[in-house]
Design a protein around this ligand. Structure first.
Ligand SMILES: Cc1ncc(COP(=O)(O)O)c(C=O)c1O
Ligand SMILES: [Zn+2]
Length: 414
């Protein structure tokens, strides 16, 4: 049974009942977080209890989910389960980090971590009997929303900015949603969908505007706690766009600590692109608040939030855990994609390789010891972004069979 109490504003601490509209704080415009009766949960749950359950994404954590009717979990599920935590010895040797591991969210059904927030959001939409769900996205969240809406039988509207990668647009359209193309950037797309949702009465799943989405993302922290034998890694590194995965994981670790199942929260590292780094810039300057960052061109279109609504919360969580925010260059991200591909067998899209790019920079600069127990979130498969895939290794011209029969195998390998 859920111990969900309702919502609390992260800014003014005002509390709201469960049936409050899924939106920002009516009083101050701050971000609402779901609150739980953790005191009553402590002592009623155990490590063994969670370990022994089926690893289904949300249902395993029902006590810590803002869902009262458990049957909705099954009605939104595309088979999501705990994602693997991989230790790849060749990769560890290639980067000189013997305790590095990868949290493989690229394995989720629609190929990205966004199946976490979209599952939780869609479960809430079903409970609230919302006929239409909406989302703005750089592609992956919209693809996941469209898939889960199709699964659950809801109408979906997704906002994307023009210029998203072809593979992402195609994976969205495969499920038949209405796609609103916005001539602008990520922040404009969010504004468009949020405004239309308020006017149309649609259930907007935008992370942080909607407090249910992050409840799905917190399962990253919950799973990592189980997978590390309840002794969480020293450092977890995330891609940082709207900060949903970083702040979600932080919430998951914090709740488990507050019910007494783990004793420590990892240091959280968030990595942005040089091209759009409002949180990393504020962190480097020691500012308490982020400022709008005017993005510059990059080979990736993901993580391009110029002024994320959750930026100040992310900054605070990163500092409180003794973590770091930093920005990586396009070249560093390309290099991380190549290392993952060639030394790990992992095909990651740019926004998914960026966590490793940031970690490698921290090690190079002596800000992180190479023997630290670090987890990098690999948040999306390279199949989402074929245009950015590294083209490595030898590729011959099309050769006739005659030439192939005459060729020496050793020459082909040379
Ligand atoms: C592959 C991938 N990784 C990471 C992110 C960013 O996550 P967040 O917005 O939670 O910071 C996105 C967002 O679109 C994404 O598509
Ligand atoms: Zn408030």
């Amino acid at each position: 049974m859920t111990t969900w109490l309702g919502f609390r504003c992260t800014q003014c601490s005002q509390e709201y009942p469960r049936d409050t509209p899924a939106d920002l704080c009516p009083k101050c415009g701050g971000i609402l977080f779901a609150a739980y009766d953790l005191a009553s949960l402590a002592g009623r749950v155990s490590r063994e209890m969670f370990e022994s359950r089926s690893p289904a994404l949300l249902e395993r954590w029902a006590e810590l989910m803002p869902i009262t009717d458990r049957t909705v979990f099954g009605r939104v599920s595309l088979g999501e389960t705990q994602t693997p935590l991989l230790e790849i010895d060749r990769l560890q040797r290639a980067v000189g980090m013997p305790r590095l591991s990868l949290k493989m969210d690229a394995h989720l059904p629609t190929g990205s971590l966004k199946d976490r927030p979209m599952s939780a959001g869609m479960a809430a939409a079903l409970e609230r009997k919302a006929p239409v769900v909406a989302m703005s996205s750089s592609g992956n969240a919209a693809g996941s929303l469209a898939a889960h809406a199709a699964r659950a039988g809801l109408r979906a509207v997704v906002g994307v900015f023009s210029g998203i990668p072809t593979a992402k647009l195609r994976k969205i359209r495969a499920h038949g949603p209405t796609v609103l193309q916005v001539a602008g950037g990520m922040d404009d797309t969010e504004e468009a969908i949020t405004a239309l949702s308020r006017r149309g009465g649609w259930f907007n799943l935008q992370s942080f505007v909607n407090p249910f989405s992050i409840e799905g993302e917190k399962t990253i922290g919950l799973e990592l706690s189980v997978q590390s034998g309840w002794d969480p890694p020293e450092v977890v590194a995330f891609p940082l766009g709207s900060a949903g995965c970083l702040l979600g994981s932080h919430k998951g670790f914090t709740e488990l600590r507050d019910v007494g199942l783990i004793s420590r929260i990892p240091r959280l590292v968030g990595v942005q692109f040089d091209a759009c780094a409002p949180i990393a810039t504020a962190f480097a300057r020691g500012d308490a608040r982020i400022s709008r960052f005017l993005r510059t061109p990059s080979f990736s279109t993901t993580l391009m939030h110029e002024e994320p609504v959750s930026g100040n919360l992310a900054l605070r969580a990163i500092r409180e855990t003794g973590g770091m925010a930093l920005a990586a260059s396009d070249d560093e991200v390309r290099r991380a994609m190549e290392i993952l591909g060639e030394s790990g067998g992992i095909f990651a899209e740019p926004a998914a390789a960026i966590a490793l790019a940031g970690v490698l920079r921290l090690v190079r600069e002596g800000r992180l010891k190479p023997e630290t127990r670090v987890v990098c979130l690999v948040s999306g498969t390279g199949l989402n972004y074929m245009d950015a895939a590294p083209q490595r290794g030898k590729l011959t011209e099309p050769l006739s069979l005659e030439k192939i029969h005459a060729m020496s195998p050793a020459d082909l390998l040379a």
